[in-house]
Design a protein around this ligand. Structure first.
Ligand code: MD3
Ligand code: FE
Length: 200
């Protein structure tokens, strides 16, 4: 397993082997059935290209009212629990004293991207954030802790995990594009990113 440090991001290429990736996708199936993916709106009223849902006590949502964590899906149901296998990955990789209370599930279909942004809706930035990539390759762009300046990009592949902690926690980041069809993991193609966070 290769380990890369890029602007304070700790990138573990190939952290999950093929069997573990398939098992994770199997765990996600009932979650996506109970809390279906939807296309969120930004506060300015633009529909995002990424489709989203969450697991855990809290889910991250955005709509005309703003960005926030809330305990229900936009359709009203509570979020499914975060599977133990995913909590185990968090524990192994971060060693944090607390478990995450949100597992945001992002789905990238053909043409989906996510603009450069900071994650700052959490109460305490001293907790790390963990990203798990499944499915198609994605071009991940890393900027700075303020807007603008030079950026660096790296391709994330299925099974890679990224830990954002310390000063890197407030770094601007985004997904420029995915290589649709580059992985056979997801039956319909595309990419799933799981983002584990301590929200409260
Ligand atoms: C750096 N997701 O959901 S994961 C997001 O691939 C998000 O879906 C992207 O950015 C994706 O907010 C990138 C990598 C990531 C996630 C959270 C971070 C990088 C981060 C939080 C703080 C700093
Ligand atoms: Fe983010």
């Amino acid at each position: 397993m290769a380990r890369l440090l890029l602007r304070g991001f700790d990138i573990r290429k190939g952290y999950l082997d093929a069997v573990s990736q398939t098992r994770l996708v199997d765990l996600l199936r009932p979650i996506l059935k109970a809390a279906p993916l939807y296309r969120p709106f930004t506060p300015s009223g633009k529909e995002m290209s990424v489709r989203m849902t969450s697991a855990g006590a809290l889910g991250w949502v955005t709509d005309r009212a703003g960005y926030r964590y809330q305990d229900t899906h936009p359709k009203g149901m509570t979020w499914p629990a975060i599977p133990d296998d995913i909590l185990t990955i968090w524990q192994d990789v971060t060693g944090a004293e607390r478990q995450p209370d949100c597992c945001l599930i992002n789905y990238y279909g053909e043409g989906t991207k996510m603009g450069l942004h900071q994650d700052k809706d959490e109460a305490d930035f001293s907790w790390p954030v963990l990203s798990i990539s499944l499915g198609d390759d994605a071009l991940f762009r890393i900027g700075n802790t303020t807007r603008g300046g030079k950026t660096e990009s790296i391709w994330l592949s299925s099974g890679d995990v990224v830990i954002m902690g310390g000063p890197a926690r407030l770094t601007y980041h985004g997904i420029d594009r995915i290589r649709f069809g580059s992985s056979k993991l997801l039956p319909k193609g595309g990419r799933i990113n799981l983002t584990l966070r301590v929200a409260t």
